[in-house]
Design a protein around this ligand. Structure first.
Ligand SMILES: Cc1ncc(COP(=O)(O)O)c(C=O)c1O
Length: 465
């Protein structure tokens, strides 16, 4: 390098250093102002108005903060790993829209793709090329997705996969696990009754009893339980649907080759294995849980990350099974906005980034999540973590199934949540959810969160004891 070039580089480095320092100082000041900010005046006003027209003031129940005896802040915008509320408070975000934002808020390439797609029209109800490209991109990461159908939400994806499994096998019953969430379609809103072997009851009013009767419930991580249910319902079970890593009772990991055993049982019993990868897909690894655990499902459902932040999901799997979906076969499933051009544009860019940068992105998010895990452990709070999802449990030990999850101290959790929020850390407002780390989380913000974890856990524990 020539001396003049060297000088130039030094100058550029120096000026970018100065710019970074100034940026950091401004950021710090903004956070200080935000930390000083004592009111949620506007959020409270918005919430009061919302409650008069939206049930509970929200469009999805957990957003109402009821489980933590609080009321929600209203969001103005998101940027990277931060979320800004209408009162000017700034939070480091670990909810991340419940999973889609592995690349952070408002990732510029995705925003650009959405803007550009929107200019060409918002929806057509006729095929577009990007739908095929996105389906191919999904198959590239998940080879078991031999054929793919795009839909609008995770609920639609799992519901359709189950209809397909029933159509393919000619059987009515399905088996799911207590504490696994697969969206809000009728037959899936069921968990265990008083005993895991004794049948099921709906979790929601409005679900006909007959639906619940066709949904058998097993204990997660209990293969023997699954075997007994198959023995009691021989030739009647169409499929086993499972979150390969449960993330809707807090994060609970499969143990003792649970997924491999499910694969064997399904093969033996002529039932299909459905992986609900709505959270784990493209999150645990580029190839999701199927890649991490080396188990090939017959069918799988994806959502959240596949839409890059837009409403898009997918189900798919073995070509012989997917060939039964209309218009090829007799299993009907359709959607006015399915494969929407804006959503496919966002999803496509997101998955391309993950493919091209997977060797950097996945280790980076894992490292950040591991720092958070350490902070919880040091504060005496057990944690379950895999990759970039984790849950701290206010319990004696980290749970391995739904029964153990229910033993958590939710009051302590809600104190901890409010302590975290006070320190401008937005974690899930429920003990039974995951914390999502993105590639946009900076080291500096993770370190701040670790400090907040230490203080908040201590405060939560102290106030109760
Ligand atoms: C594992 C899993 N499956 C399905 C769903 C339903 O997805 P959606 O909310 O997009 O309908 C969710 C939602 O959180 C989920 O976590």
């Amino acid at each position: 390098m020539k001396p003049s070039e060297q000088q130039n580089t030094a100058k550029t480095t120096k000026s970018s250093d100065t710019a970074r320092t100034a940026e950091r100082a401004a950021d710090l000041q903004a956070r200080k102002r935000s930390a000083d900010f004592k009111t949620s005046k506007k959020s409270n006003k918005y919430f009061a108005r919302a409650q008069k027209i939206l049930p509970g003031g929200v469009n999805s129940p957990v957003r109402a903060f009821r489980a933590v005896h609080s009321t929600p802040f209203f969001v103005k915008k998101g940027e990277g790993d931060r979320i800004f509320d209408v009162d000017g408070n700034v939070y480091t975000d670990y909810v991340m829209s419940w999973g889609p934002l592995l690349l952070g808020h408002a990732r510029k390439e995705i925003v650009r793709a959405v803007k550009s797609a929107a200019r060409d029209g918002l929806t057509f109800g006729a095929p577009t090329g990007r739908e095929t490209l996105l389906a191919e991109e999904i198959r590239r990461a998940c080879p078991h997705m031999e054929m793919v159908r795009l839909v609008n939400s995770g609920t639609e994806a799992t519901m359709s996969a189950i209809r397909l499994a029933r159509g393919f096998t000619g059987r009515d019953k399905i088996l799911k696990f207590a504490g696994c969430y697969h969206g809000h379609s009728d037959g899936l809103l069921v968990r265990a009754g008083s005993g895991c072997l004794t049948g099921a009851r709906p979790d929601s009013l409005g679900v006909p009893k007959g639906y619940a009767e066709n949904t058998l419930i097993a204990q997660y991580n209990d293969a023997e339980n699954v075997q007994k249910l198959f023995a009691a319902n021989r030739g009647e079970i169409a499929c086993v649907i499972v979150e390969p890593v449960a993330a809707n009772m807090g994060v609970v990991l499969p143990r003792d080759n649970f997924l491999q055993t499910l694969r064997k049982i399904c093969d033996k019993e002529g039932a299909l294995l459905i992986f609900d990868e709505v959270i784990t897909g493209f999150r645990l690894a580029y190839g999701g849980a199927a890649q991490v655990f080396g188990v090939r499902p017959d069918l799988a459902a994806y959502g959240k990350i596949v839409g890059g932040g837009m409403p898009l999901a997918a189900y798919g799997g073995r070509a012989d099974i997917l060939s039964m979906v209309a218009p090829l076969g007799g299993v009907y499933q359709a959607g006015t906005l399915s494969g929407n051009p804006i959503a496919t544009a966002a999803g496509l860019v997101c998955l391309k980034i993950l493919r091209k940068e997977k060797t950097e992105i996945y280790p980076a998010v894992e490292e950040s999540a591991a720092m958070l895990e350490r902070a919880y452990r040091e504060a005496g709070v057990p944690v379950n973590r895999i990759g970039s999802i984790l849950t701290p449990f206010f319990a004696e030990k980290a749970p391995e199934n739904y029964t153990e999850v229910l033993a958590c101290d939710t009051e302590k959790f809600s104190l901890y949540f409010r302590e975290m929020l006070r320190r401008r850390q937005f974690v899930a407002p429920s003990q039974f959810e995951a914390m999502f780390v993105s590639n946009a989380h900076t080291r500096e913000h993770i370190e701040e969160t670790c400090e907040a974890i230490a203080l908040s856990c201590t405060a939560a524990k102290a106030r109760q004891e």
